[in-house]
Design a protein around this ligand. Structure first.
Ligand SMILES: [Zn+2]
Length: 313
């Protein structure tokens, strides 16, 4: 086994410093599959603690193949601070989501060049599988994939909730979609909440990835978590704020609600106006909500799925 690093240099910044991302490789020096583990394409989405767990396990236990890691795929996003909050999702110059730059033909900017460099690494390494780690506002672990061909590995991961998006315009220039387009098995894991470390979620994600590495014969791993009742869903319903105001949530993340329940209440600034109650239109579960109580009209408040859309896998 050998481990090594490579700085992938994209160019220089205004003061002449190199703009680069660092790739860490653990190579068994024996034939086998090649896997890519990515994190940090969005600033503020904390996944390093999970990547370190995976890295350390693989380093101790690799038997064949190779795994490479880029824990911070986008150095720009991590520098975007507003007070103590790391914004990190959109390029300030172009307004682009940092994970909407993959497969882009635009000559673009440094973010597009980083995306090109990452795809080039994936192609040159002839990867067999990739996992891209993200977090989503306030959320719990769930996978996102674009092909039913990935469901076998998703099933091995033991992650309970799994979103399968078909031909979604919204995600066409993500790493996830671009790898699927190249016939490479992969999925994204939304690992939990923005700027949070949640021990339970950490364990679910780390074991999820190691389960897949075990299946790909890279290292032996026996899961300690109980098998989950895995479900897949394709559609998500988003609730937006009907008016501006302060939002009070009536349900916790992951909680089941019934048609007619009050999901959240918006207290408008106008003291003479009644508070607005958002009623559920069906039975479902909340899988993410925005980490704030402060809303303008039309801001996204929460995403839910319908119970009837959940299919066992
Ligand atoms: Zn993200």
């Amino acid at each position: 086994m050998k481990e090594f690093t490579k700085d992938i240099v994209i160019g220089t910044d205004v003061v002449g410093h190199p703009i680069y991302i660092t790739k860490y490789t653990i190579d068994s020096e024996k034939p086998g599959k090649t896997v890519y583990v990515q994190g940090g394409i969005h600033g503020g989405e904390i996944t390093l603690h999970m990547i370190r767990d995976i890295y350390n396990y693989v380093k101790e236990n690799i038997t064949e193949g190779k795994v490479f890691f880029i824990p911070f795929a986008n150095p720009f996003g991590w520098g975007q601070k507003a007070y103590t909050y790391t914004v990190g999702k959109f390029n300030y110059k172009t307004g682009e989501d940092f994970n909407r730059t993959f497969g882009s033909n635009s000559a673009g900017n440094t973010s597009v060049q980083i995306a090109k460099a990452i795809l080039k690494e994936c192609e040159e390494e002839k990867i067999d599988f990739a996992v891209d780690l993200h977090t989503a506002h306030t959320s719990f672990p769930h996978t996102i994939s674009f092909s039913e061909n990935d469901l076998d590995l998703i099933k091995i991961s033991n992650i309970e909730y799994n979103r399968l998006c078909y031909n979604s315009e919204e995600y066409k220039t993500t790493l996830n979609y671009q790898l699927t387009k190249r016939g490479i098995n992969n999925f994204t894991i939304e690992c939990g909440s923005h700027d949070s470390i949640e021990k339970d979620y950490q364990k679910q994600v780390v074991e999820g990835v190691l389960n897949v590495l075990n299946k790909l014969n890279i290292c032996k791993f026996t899961q300690t978590l109980k098998p989950t009742n895995q479900v897949v869903f394709s559609k998500a319903t988003t609730y937006f704020a009907e008016c501006g105001g302060i939002v009070e949530f009536n349900f916790e993340l992951g909680e089941h609600f019934k048609k007619g329940d009050v999901l959240f209440t918006i207290h408008p600034a106008n003291l003479q106006e009644e508070s607005h109650k958002q009623l559920a239109e069906f039975d479902g579960v909340i899988f993410r909500y925005t980490k704030t109580h402060i809303y303008n009209a039309f801001d996204e408040v929460m995403r839910v799925f319908k119970n009837e859309d959940l299919k066992q896998i």
